[in-house]
Design a protein. Structure first.
Length: 182
């Protein structure tokens, strides 16, 4: 079906018609490919061509958009590619206590952690420094973390590599773990 185009002029439609249906029916009688007179925009000087589509069918070559169903949920926002993130960045969800290397912990903050979560949280601090683990469960856990790179065997790990804050946080977590033991 050919697109129907109207020519707009100040004071009405082409041919002096005052209704869109009259203009549309006269424009519809044009043969396909024969352009109708272009409308004049109120912001353009007289004689400047501007087209106004009447039909939902666009002329050939006009880019189209895919219609969105009103029942479909909006697309989820996309995240930036991981390649743009700093190499040391890891999702916080990979940590039990994401900031235990930079912020002091309190016993109140640890409330609600299970004994296993507290054990992993304490060892996260060591794992950030490349400590490997003799306990296979711990080693498997940290091997599954994108940020972990086990480079120091457990018997060679020097606890003094930890910052004073990290050492303090290890002790706070140990206190919490002791409070969970009946």
């Amino acid at each position: 079906m050919a697109a129907v185009w109207l020519a707009l002029r100040p004071g009405g439609f082409a041919g002096g018609s005052s209704t869109a249906s009259t203009a549309a029916s006269s424009a519809a009688t044009e043969s396909p490919g024969t352009p109708t007179e272009a409308p004049v925009s109120p912001t353009e000087p007289p004689g400047a061509p501007t087209e106004t589509p009447v039909s939902p069918t666009e002329p050939p070559g006009t880019p189209t958009e895919t219609p969105v169903s009103p029942t479909e949920p909006p697309a989820a926002p996309t995240e930036a590619p991981a390649a743009l993130a700093p190499p040391t960045a890891a999702p916080e969800s990979e940590y039990i206590l994401p900031h235990s290397d930079t912020e002091p912990l309190t016993l109140d903050q640890l409330q609600g952690l299970t004994a296993e979560q507290a054990r992993i949280a304490r060892n996260e601090i060591l794992a950030r420094h490349g400590r490997m683990f003799n306990d296979q469960e711990l080693q498997r856990h940290f091997d599954g973390c994108s940020w972990y790179s086990g480079t120091v065997p457990a018997d060679s790990f020097d606890y003094n590599q930890l910052s004073p804050l990290e050492q303090q946080n290890v002790e706070v977590i140990k206190q919490y773990e002791a409070s969970l033991t009946p």
